[in-house]
Design a protein around this ligand. Sequence first.
Ligand code: MSP
Length: 550
Amino acid sequence: MSTVYLTTPIYYVNERPHIGHCYTTVLTDVAARFHRLFGRDVFFLTGTDEHADKVADTAAAHGMTAPRWADRNAEHFRAAFELLGVSNDDFIRTSQDRHKHRVGRYIAALQASGHVYKGAYTGWWDASQEEYLTETTAKEHGFKSPVTGKPLAQRTEDNYFFRLSAFQDRLAGHIAANPEFIMPEARRNEVLGRLRQGLTDVPVSRSAGPAPADGQAWGVLMPDDPAHKVYVWIDALFNYLSVIDTEPRRRYWPPAVHVIAKDILWFHAVIWPCMLMALGEPLPRTVYAHSYFVRDGRKMSKSLGNFVDMGLIGGYCRDFSRDALRWFLATQGPLGSTDADFAHDKFVEVYNAELANGLGNCAARVGNMIEKYCAARLPDPGPHASGLDDLPAYAWPSTTAALVRAAVAHADSFEIDQALRRGVDLVRQVDGYINATEPFKLAKRAAAGTPEHARLSAILYHCAEALRIASLLMSPAIPDACAALWNAWGCAPPAGTPLSALSQWGGPHSLRPGAPLHKGSALFMRADPAAPPPTPMQAPADPGTGPSAS
Ligand code: MSP
């Protein structure tokens, strides 16, 4: 069975989760669910990046130790992803021993092979991003952080370096030979442009500073040199390998897709693959860097205080369902190279068009008619199982097979929104078919045994079977609603059965004529576009601060 390893960035625990983190994680979750649906052996990883100085600083500012602060915020990320139904197979925290031990080992191996060496470094330090910028980049941005606009500081440090410069040609060759290595194309061109300026060696350590009072360094110390610790970015990148570097999981390497946003492309598309080459590891197939969610047309930032935070996200989950939020993120998010807006009007428009008036309404119409005209049993299509002879435009077996094939191809190219839209296309076809055949009119003159009755039975069978297949294609984004539909229609797919078998028209997993089929409750209630946006849920309490903890 083919393996598929998918990752999200690991998120800094100095802040709480917001829509940006949720977007990347839900998007990757939808991809993971697609691959599982295709019958592949998937490993999906997310987690938290904890050893940044800003984590220690934020902890101190709150009168807390770094580990306690990290415990608390890592829990917020875990809870956020649980709320959104994220199906990750593991949750890595870089402060865990399993990770720290292996980071030490990777660095020691790089030292032994001469790829990591000791030297002095002078550069422009961006404290807000915890990264050094080259003289050229610093100058270009007026010696301010390109991300936060905060002033840069020139610094000289005794450091360990990674011989990045030695990999320039190999990396350029790899990118040229593998167009899917950096996606989308705009990001690939960006990396190629910067690569032409030449690669210089990069520091992989920082001064460890004085030992903290508890004697526990916050980070991973350099092997045999406790005055230095592994630079947080290097420590963090290794998470993708450390989690998998145990016997039963080794089969997942290399990753299929590292999903990230454009802000952290250089680390993932240049530094990380070169470190992997130095370690003799196969490279990830794709680094996919999506764009940003902005809010009502403006960048989200701390200073503007306009983050879509977990309070509001919880409000959307409560008022519309978590499936609704997942659908919006996965189909309207900043996949590709343009930013996307999180705007309430748009949310309601998409929700009504594709979920409430789309799958939801169509399933209710079909379920209703089967209850009413067929005593809640799926009718037998008789000789017309594949379609009506006088309506060749609706050739259901080939129509559904083509949409399934297209969805698989899109998901394989990480066009997650397009993959989901093939399900929407199929729902629209069913709506069109109902309008074209008017089964509700037919029912009035369809006494048992008449040709009208045979026609009505065939139409309703086609509608239900096509909707079953549409729901399979939409299920990676809206698993709860699809499970409810399958429950009402008695067609829950057996675990592990691949889509190729599940989606076969008239195959072993199709709806069985004569089987009970219930309308079930509405999958998505229509939303009033004039109603105000959800009120935020109360922010979740910090773990360990509730009344029971005192
Ligand atoms: N800890 C590093 C990543 C290390 S990975 C080895 C980091 N963490 S972060 O908490 O700042 O998360 C950055 C990531 O969060 C982005 O790459 C993206 O996946 C997500 N997003 C943060 N803000 C975002 C938006 N406004 N829109 C979409 N995604 C964004 O960088």
